[in-house]
Design a binder for this molecule. Structure first.
Ligand SMILES: C[S@@+](CC[C@H](N)C(=O)[O-])C[C@H]1O[C@@H](n2cnc3c(N)ncnc32)[C@H](O)[C@@H]1O
Length: 273
């Protein structure tokens, strides 16, 4: 597969373990590593999607919003693994580009691409059985008003599951130098918008205050920093074209001290807000 435009199979058919194989993720292991690497927009989206899916109830025919789906890998995964219908919503990636990917994956009859900004969503209130979001909610969901708007798109009883990059403990006053100094490739890991990386208890206190919402889980992945470094290591070793370099140096130096992923799951409880 030399050209960027080659069609990559969705599933891995080799007998041997592939470059993204991980014993913790039997579902994600089914997908072709080249397909994941070429469409990646951050830490392995299917590892995170598989983790989050184990805390949610997803059953065939459900209507699921995949919010901030990027290139829609998690949307395809949800349709394939759980038989749900998915509205694959993103801002930076166009609906046309994602539609092509969904057609190639053979899921275009149940995964629907939408390009919409998180504060101007084109959905009916109460439409979704579940909302799912990987590595995106921190871009638009950190203010107190947002969940009041967003949860309205869920049916009463509908589940919201979010996985975001986050912290085991709050950032110290001085961000560690191993995160702010340039890595060997010249770029630093740290950027100002990483102030949106928060602890599970920060998210808990944000999500606990709404009368229409029942928070079930707010937890940092105990080994999240190691998992993140594992992804960066595999990405570093990937020989194909990369739009941006890996961050292995900075994330491995953190040693799971601050950086991890935070998982949030809860339900809309009320009919009327
Ligand atoms: C780091 S990428 C992750 C994409 C994908 N979930 C994944 O893990 O590969 C973050 C995504 O959030 C989406 N996003 C950021 N701000 C947004 C906003 N205001 N409204 C809708 N989507 C947004 C972007 O379009 C982008 O695709």
């Amino acid at each position: 597969m030399d050209s960027k435009h080659d069609k990559i199979p969705l599933f891995w058919s080799g007998r041997e373990e592939h470059a993204l194989h991980h014993p913790q993720f039997p579902r994600a292991n089914r997908y072709h590593p080249e397909w994941v690497f070429r469409n990646q927009m951050g830490p392995h989206v299917l590892w995170l999607a598989e983790t989050l899916s184990t805390s949610m109830k997803l059953s065939p025919g459900m209507r699921v919003l995949d919010m901030g789906c990027g290139r829609g890998l998690s949307s395809i995964f949800l349709a394939e693994e759980f038989g749900v219908q998915v509205w694959a919503n993103d801002l930076w990636i166009s609906a046309t580009e994602n539609y092509q990917r969904f057609q190639e994956a053979g899921v275009a009859d149940r995964v629907f691409p939408i390009q919409a900004e998180a504060h101007a969503l084109p959905y009916a209130e109460g439409f979704f059985d579940a909302i799912f979001s990987i590595d995106a909610y921190h871009y638009f969901g950190t203010d107190q008003m947002y969940l009041g708007y967003f949860a309205e798109f869920l049916k009463p009883g509908g589940q919201l599951g979010v996985m975001v990059p986050g912290l085991h403990q709050p950032w110290p006053e001085q961000i560690p130098r191993y995160l702010t100094e340039p890595q060997a490739h010249g770029g630093a890991f740290w950027a100002w918008d990483m102030a949106t990386f928060q602890t599970a208890s920060w998210w808990r206190s944000l999500w606990d205050q709404y009368p229409f919402f029942q928070l079930e889980t707010a937890a940092a992945l105990p080994d999240g920093g190691h998992l993140w470094a594992e992804w960066e290591r595999r990405f570093r070793d990937y020989p194909g074209e990369k739009v941006f370099p890996d961050d292995l140096e900075a994330i491995a130096a953190d040693k799971n001290r601050y950086l991890t992923f935070v998982q949030l799951v809860g339900r809309r409880t009320q009919v009327e807000f």
